[in-house]
Design a protein around this ligand. Structure first.
Ligand code: HCA
Ligand code: CU
Length: 380
């Protein structure tokens, strides 16, 4: 049994995608959809950034208080009093304070020594605790920080009152074996639980998040469609599917994933590529004759799980890669009966037009009429 939940950060990290801005109404609608989906936590934004984000979080906290939504509401905050006060005033369930702790971040951003940073972290965490919120402390750029110093940071934050620690792979440089090792090591520190926040710069965010869970992390940060700074973080739909396949854990209602993916596609203005896993248009769309014959006999041949699990359907396309089994099935589905010989002739026509990308049903009927000399009526 694996204890793991999702923190969705579409409203915080996701809005840090270039070109993405959500309106207050959209923020509220997204929070409702995430609650319906079943995530454990919603990182609703960094309220000190702008008045509209503040307003959005206020509305979302109100929904939570009224019992309209259930996830824990998290507000992001720098390790500065003003930010913490703003988040506390909104009465979010948890304040997530982040501070860059690698030497690169310390030198380039804050100019603090390691020792000074420990004091800043301790003060910020206890200030948030005093204001009555649960606290997550996120070690930003944790994966490029000195491991011994990271350990000190974690203990400092814990002793100041943080019960969760976020390990941020801020520039996405982890790989799975190293991730599992890191989390197994950190899990020996008593009194805290871990979040994994994996950026996808090397395309490994999902793999690293799974490895973190194996190492003991209990919350995975994700965004719908993988939105976030640069190339984003762990895509919610992919990590949810991977957790189902590998560990038989359902962290969210899987059949609702297409709906939320479309919602975020619409509000973010960032189109999902067709070859995106799980929710992309081609995720369960087959092509080569051998593949289609396989899935017609037993879909497991070329599908890791049935598309219906994720609220999707299977289909296949027709072009020069098509074989007889697919073509026969397609005409049967259209309610048009052709002899074996006629099918062969239609297939020969298709194969002699190598540059057609997709044959629609009307195109296929036209070829079949040409071949047979009959008027063919598809079943309505
Ligand atoms: C940021 C940094 C962060 C923080 C992660 C977290 C990162 O953009 O503010 O708080 O879990 O990647 O380090 O997103
Ligand atoms: Cu991030």
């Amino acid at each position: 049994f694996l204890k793991v939940g999702i923190l969705d950060s579409t409203l915080r990290e996701g809005e840090q995608t270039p070109g993405v801005v959500f309106t207050t109404e959209q923020r509220v609608e997204i929070a409702k959809a995430l609650s319906e989906l079943g995530v454990s936590m919603i990182e609703a934004g960094h309220p000190a950034v702008s008045p509209d984000i503040y307003e959005g979080i206020k509305r979302i906290v109100k929904l939570k208080k009224e019992g309209e939504i259930t996830p824990e509401i998290v507000g992001h905050s720098r390790a500065v009093k003003k930010d913490i006060e703003i988040a506390a005033e909104l009465e979010v369930d948890r304040i997530a304070i982040f501070y860059g702790i690698s030497d690169i971040h310390l030198k380039a951003k804050t100019g603090k020594t390691r020792e000074e940073a420990l004091n800043i972290i301790a003060e910020a965490v206890s200030y948030a605790k005093e204001h009555g919120a649960k606290v997550r402390f996120t070690a930003e750029d944790a994966t490029r920080a000195d491991l011994e110093y990271l350990t000190q940071v974690i203990k400092t934050a814990r002793d100041a009152g943080a019960d969760r620690i976020g390990i941020a792979d801020t520039v996405g440089i982890l790989y799975p074996a190293k991730t599992r090792e890191l989390f197994s090591y950190l899990s020996k520190i008593p009194g805290v639980e871990y979040d994994i926040h994996a950026h996808n710069d090397l395309g490994l965010a999902v793999a690293n998040s799974l490895a973190a869970v194996e190492g003991g992390a209990t919350i995975i940060h994700a965004t719908v469609n993988g939105l976030g700074e640069r190339v984003g973080i762990t895509p919610l739909q992919v990590i949810a599917a991977a957790l189902k396949y590998h560990f038989n854990v359902e962290v969210v209602k899987l059949e609702l994933l297409p709906k939320i993916s479309s919602l975020i596609e619409k509000y973010s203005g960032i189109p999902t590529p067709p070859n995106f896993p799980i929710t992309g248009d081609y995720a369960f769309l087959h092509k080569a004759g051998i593949h289609v014959q396989g899935i017609l006999n037993d879909p497991r041949t070329y599908e890791f799980m049935p598309p219906e699990t994720f609220g999707r359907n299977r289909d296949y396309v027709i072009d020069k890669y098509t074989g007889k089994h697919a073509l026969k099935d397609r005409f049967e589905r259209l309610g048009v009966s052709l002899s074996e010989e006629e099918l062969e002739q239609v297939l020969a026509k298709i194969k002699s037009n190598p540059n057609v990308r997709f044959y629609r049903d009307v195109d296929l009927l036209e070829i079949a009429e040409e071949v047979t000399g009959r008027v063919l009526k598809p079943r309505p």
